[in-house]
Design a protein around this ligand. Structure first.
Ligand code: ZN
Length: 189
């Protein structure tokens, strides 16, 4: 018997150690102990934080310092830890990525959608209570984000955003509030 040396997740049963039989698809059932494993789509909590600045309301964004989408803008968000609700995980990501503290109790569900073309993530977009720009907190560039700022309108979001579905969520936010015009990104240090 030959064993492929390429590192592939779930190539052996984690219950009894038996190698799975190719082709490796999910769900896969162990030939030894008959246990089945799945690879379910993973939820991602993404938070739209409205920020009042100079008589306008923008959305908080970060500039990504890592791939995918390195150098482009994104809403703050990420995977949930095991013990977190979507709201708790969302505000943790806002704090880690943007340095801004948001009360999870102020988040309201806004829109959810699956990624395309692989629906292996489910994006859970929520909207926070509006804050003032002077309440953004201290931002320190880190391994994941190089800059923090605001976008103020739907125009041209797809050219500056890393992820089309984040741009779509932002467009929906501005459309609901009848906010038009260019995205007009401005960094907030
Ligand atoms: Zn097994």
């Amino acid at each position: 018997m030959t064993v492929a040396m390429t590192l592939i997740r779930d190539s052996f049963c984690s219950y009894c150690g038996t190698a799975y039989v190719a082709p490796l698809r999910y769900p896969r059932t162990c030939a030894g102990c008959k246990t089945t494993v799945w690879a379910n789509p993973i939820p991602v909590s993404v938070v739209l934080v409205p920020v009042r600045s100079g008589g306008r309301t923008g959305l908080l964004v970060v500039r990504r310092a890592i791939e995918p989408g390195k150098g482009r803008l994104a809403l703050a968000g990420g995977f949930l830890e095991e013990q977190e609700t979507w709201a708790e995980g969302g505000v943790r990501e806002v704090r880690e990525e943007a340095g801004t503290t948001v009360d999870p109790a102020t988040l309201t569900a806004f829109w959810f959608t699956s990624t395309e073309p692989r629906p292996n993530r489910v994006l859970l977009f929520s909207v926070a209570a509006p804050i003032d720009a002077d309440a953004l907190g201290t931002f320190t560039p880190n391994d994941e984000t190089s800059e923090r700022g605001l976008v103020f309108g739907p125009g041209g979001l797809e050219e500056v955003f890393a992820f089309p579905l984040h741009a779509e969520a932002a467009r929906r936010f501005f459309a609901e509030r009848d906010i038009t015009g260019d995205q007009a990104y401005a960094a907030c240090h």
